[in-house]
Design a protein around this ligand. Structure first.
Ligand SMILES: C[S@@+](CC[C@H](N)C(=O)[O-])C[C@H]1O[C@@H](n2cnc3c(N)ncnc32)[C@H](O)[C@@H]1O
Length: 298
């Protein structure tokens, strides 16, 4: 039997409080925002934030007619909803990103930050992203790199057994992967993504520097170094902007869902659920969140 890729389930965890709030990561947060300001189109029609969490990156949603926040964790989406509201231009979808509940050619832009490190089947995920993007749609991806200066130094001093130069992904904790930039580029190419720009991020992720230099200053310096990502990538975080290699197309005016189980695109909203005409499953819509994880009992 085919084994499904494992999922890193954030349900019920408080990622915002546990990882960001008062945790000394202002520098990383600001540096990522600088990279996104350079890579993510400021305006567009329909943006998909894959693994959106609590909507940390909502400042980048403003120029889009519609934004879909997709996450496996309903509790994170509820946090996002509490922060961002239930404005009709924001759509909250609880689903597995390996089987996105959208028709093909639906989005002109997709964004995935701090989420692919939970992906053990990268080709399957990239295939899904390519499927839902239209034409030469933009995909902005952040991934954690295994080949950064600290890892190289530790390896050279024999304080680390695994090689940062080995292209295979390294699972440093259960369901947390670091990737080699060349390996990730190859997977992107295989999924027909053309990497247009690369920015390296978090050059100065060192506790001493973070203690000594104010976060906004350090992030500003990082921003100056980020373009060097076009030539070499030696930071723990890498951002790429890619173009999908599909025939030209139009973003549909209406967001079309697709059943994640039978792939039918005949879904209709009625009685608090999305009813699938293909397999009869009914996917609940609860408090403004489309739930494509567990269908209602038959
Ligand atoms: C580290 S958080 C990043 C959140 C956000 N992108 C950010 O930068 O703040 C990773 C997110 O990926 C989501 N995730 C992990 N596996 C998933 C899957 N199989 N399908 C959908 N979302 C998933 C988690 O629920 C979590 O919210």
């Amino acid at each position: 039997m085919e084994r499904r890729p494992r999922i890193c389930d954030y349900e019920g965890s408080d990622y915002r409080a546990d990882f960001w709030e008062g945790k000394g990561r202002e520098y990383e947060d600001l540096a990522e925002r600088i990279a996104l300001r350079h890579l993510l189109p400021a305006t567009g029609q329909r943006l998909l934030d894959i693994g959106a969490g609590f909507g940390r990156l909502a400042e980048f949603y403003g120029g889009y007619q519609q934004v879909v926040l997709l996450d496996y964790s309903q509790s994170s989406l509820r946090q996002a909803q509490a922060r961002l509201g239930r404005d009709g231009s924001l759509v909250y979808v609880a689903a597995n990103f390996y089987a996105m509940p959208f028709a093909g050619d639906t989005f002109d832009v997709a964004l995935m930050v701090r989420a692919i490190h939970h992906v053990e089947d990268v080709p399957a995920l990239l295939g899904e992203v390519a499927r839902v993007l239209v034409g030469a749609g933009t995909f902005v991806l952040e991934f954690a790199s295994k080949c950064h200066l600290k890892a190289i130094l530790r390896y050279a001093l024999r304080r680390q057994r695994w090689s940062p130069f080995d292209p295979t992904p390294y699972e440093f904790a259960e369901m947390n992967f670091d990737f080699h930039p060349a390996w990730m580029r190859q997977r992107l190419n295989e999924a027909m993504f053309h990497v247009k720009r690369t920015r390296t991020v978090s050059h100065f992720r060192l506790p001493l520097l973070k203690r000594l230099i104010p976060a906004h200053l350090l992030a500003g310096l990082d921003g100056l170094c980020q373009p060097s990502g076009a030539w070499w990538q030696l930071t723990p975080s890498v951002f790429v902007r890619c173009a999908a290699g599909k025939p030209a197309g139009e973003v549909p005016a209406i967001l079309h869902f697709r059943c994640p189980v039978c792939s039918s695109e005949k879904l209709q909203e009625s009685g608090g659920a999305m009813a699938c005409a293909g397999c009869g499953r009914r996917w609940p819509v609860e408090d403004g969140i489309y739930n494509f994880k567990t269908p209602l009992p038959a």
